[in-house]
Design a protein around this ligand. Sequence first.
Ligand code: TRP
Ligand code: MN
Length: 421
Amino acid sequence: MKQISSYPPLVFAGEARNLQASLAQVSAGNAFLLQAGDCAESFEEFSAVNIREKLRVILQMAVVLTYSLGVPVVKVGRIAGQFAKPRSSDFETIGDLVLPSFRGHIVNGSAPTAAARIPDPERLVQAYHQSASTLNLVRAFTKGGFADLNRVHAWTQEFVASSPEGRKYEQLAAEIDRALRFMRACGVDTESNSRLHEVDVFTSHEALLLGYEESLTRQDSLTGTWYDCSAHMLWIGERTRQLDGAHVEFLRGVGNPIGCKVGPTTTPEFVLELCQALNPAQIPGRLTLISRMGADLVEDRLRPILRAVRDSGQPVVWACDPMHANTYTASGGRKTRDFDEICSEIGGFVRAHTAEGTWPGGIHVELTGDDVTECVGGADKILDSQLDDRYETVCDPRLNGRQSLDLAFRLADLIRTNGLA
Ligand code: TRP
Ligand code: MN
């Protein structure tokens, strides 16, 4: 940690302020938040292809949402720092071995051996360097032409192109082409307008290891405010959001936009205290509440919370994490999530907001650009029995490229059919 504290920050405070300003637009109902990426980044799966494919699916989802909802989409990756995992149990049983739990590559190894599970502080340094080069490539791709709106067709991966979601996407891409041609025909200079060729993709991760976060926390020379420069946005997990806990105490002191997960046991009273602790000045865009209630509970549990926060005047961003409360173990022993349940939680989330007159501002999902088989269901109907085919996650099951794109279309439909866009 001492070593890292002398290293350059990964992000600049001004960028975190820009993200906060964009999130303020989300809290006011004028924009949408797409927060997506790996459950846990991996030291082993670290390559340009891996980063590019993740970015590609995020851009595809963003373009679907931007076009369908007609509002800007704020793009935030679970990327370039999402390494630490909170675990419900200190030990896990693999076969007849009882091993210390895997806590993310920033702490220990995932291999099922006692040696791999020993925490190694060198991993903190490696996580820093991997975050730096991941962020470097994200910046290169997003500013260097990869994200150009003239390339919407080129973002389709082969395995997606042949699917129903792929065809729907191709149609939308053709409409965007037409719209761009129309603007050019009207005399708009689309060449020189960088907004059409570049995007901002911000970084985020769960601020779990406070020592690591603290060693990257720096005082901004422009404003004197402290920023956690390990990422643009940090969030507090469901397991560490105690009001008198260290995570709330740490994050309330930094200027970054922050998130907090809100699970099914959360009461409206607790959420009000949390808002008071994390955003006493009621700054729009400062606080994102990420609900993860489970498909069955979301409508009932969320509505009283929405009402209480709305009536308190807190300008929060409401995001839906439809993944974490819908995890179960499939018959073959794999941890999985059902695509229909994921969509159903988003449906309940949107209906709850419609009923309370609040804006369902965003989604927070775990995905990969690859053709993995980790979540069951979806248009290609991945079955329990297929989970072993390509189960590659180092932690929770992620949506694959097709499921992610399908999710974006369904989400856009849900928001429109509820009359919200
Ligand atoms: N810069 C705009 C935006 O980020 C438009 C844009 C350019 C865009 N490339 C994109 C939108 C790729 C979504 C995906 O919204
Ligand atoms: Mn996860």
